[in-house]
Ligand binder design. Structure first.
Ligand SMILES: [Zn+2]
Length: 370
């Protein structure tokens, strides 16, 4: 299935590259013949689309390379580097087109549109709209965000081309020359697209928060195991689009045996991998104390102390051992809190004061996922 998806991405991208390159050829020709910076900027815009599709293909090909000893996590992240490269090219093209347009606004030049110019511009608009529909449809079918985005981009380009056409018609009928302004407008859109692409690539390289829905669905899936009472600290690192490796902590009763937990964790790993393609390489275990009758009361006391701090998002992994005098739990403090260390210390001191002869371990977890 994965291979089919890759093939669809590549096939759709190749069609889009060919269509764009043909547009670039015709538009550059009529742009030069008519001395129109608006049409040339429009051609540059189409060229940046073709380039970004070419780099998408190279990225997808390289990203699909099998892992090896030196790169055991595979090559998935290469796609982020290639997309950074594309964004830089797009940004450069946009700035160049903008500078040229400004020059022409300052010193206007004669333009010479004719009926061929109009026909080529209209054909370009039709091609872009059709391409947009086609790419978007394919993208939706295989759930490829980048294809859907590039389809949407083709619509925007068609609208930009309409403004180029409009400026040509206005010139031919009213002899008002707006084309340098339209050129500047088109280049602003190219620059905007370049900046957005750069932001997106950087976010991908930085490992941003996992999508809320994915995190929640995985936790829900884990909780389907009847012996699992809670799922926490889900960490996922991505190694390319839709390739995740991660870990999670689960709460189970202290009456389970190691053999029980082994079976449970293997089932969880299998389910999550089959349903979400996410590899959970580690499942940590918190044991829930079932032997101590006072546990509920003690837990309530601790919860009262912990949640008296508004910045606390979650408390889990509570364990009390009255024989060895051990008290363990984890807390998650909101990133919004200014001084997480001091909140932690306050809670620690308050709990220690309440349970004087206990050895207390509070783990300060990070709010990595929803
Ligand atoms: Zn934890």
């Amino acid at each position: 299935m994965k291979n089919n998806r890759e093939k669809t991405v590549i096939k759709t991208s190749i069609i889009s590259i060919c269509a764009n390159l043909i547009l670039v050829g015709f538009k550059t020709a009529v742009g030069l013949l008519s001395n129109s910076i608006a049409i040339i900027s429009d051609a540059v815009n189409n060229l940046s689309d073709a380039l970004s599709s070419i780099i998408t293909i190279i990225g997808t090909k390289l990203a699909g390379k099998a892992p090896d000893r030196k790169h055991p996590y595979g090559y998935g992240r290469i796609e982020y580097i290639t997309s950074l490269l594309v964004s830089a090219i797009v940004l450069y093209a946009g700035i160049t087109a903008f500078v040229e347009s400004i020059k022409k606004i300052i010193t206007p030049e004669e333009v010479d549109y004719n009926i061929t110019t109009l026909i080529i511009l209209i054909a370009g608009i039709v091609v872009k709209f059709t391409l947009g529909l086609y790419v978007k449809k394919k993208g939706r079918a295989i759930k490829s965000d980048s294809l859907v985005a590039s389809g949407a981009d083709a619509f925007n380009d068609a609208i930009l081309s309409i403004s180029v056409l409009a400026s040509a018609i206005i010139y031919m009928i009213f002899n008002v020359n707006l084309e340098a302004y339209v050129g500047a407008l088109v280049s602003i859109f190219i620059i905007k697209a370049g900046i957005e692409l750069i932001k997106e690539s950087i976010d991908n390289v930085l490992d941003t928060r996992i999508e809320s829905n994915l995190a929640k669905s995985i936790k829900k899936e884990i909780l389907k195991e009847k012996d699992v009472k809670g799922a926490f600290d889900l960490v996922l690192n991505d190694y390319g689009p839709d390739k995740y490796l991660g870990s999670v902590h689960i709460e189970v009763n202290d009456t389970l045996t190691v053999a029980d937990i082994d079976k449970i964790s293997r089932r969880i790993t299998k389910q999550v991998s089959e349903k979400y393609g996410v590899i959970l390489h580690t499942i940590g275990v918190y044991s829930i104390n079932t032997k101590d009758e006072n546990i509920i009361e003690t837990k309530k006391k601790v919860e009262k102390i912990v949640f008296s701090h508004q910045e606390i998002l979650q408390m889990h992994g509570f364990y009390l051992d009255t024989k060895d005098k051990i008290l363990n739990f984890d807390i998650i403090i909101d990133f919004k809190a200014k001084d997480r260390e001091s909140i932690y210390q306050n809670i620690y001191d308050a709990v220690q004061k309440e349970f004087k002869d206990y050895k207390i371990t509070i783990t300060l977890d990070v709010d990595v996922s929803d």
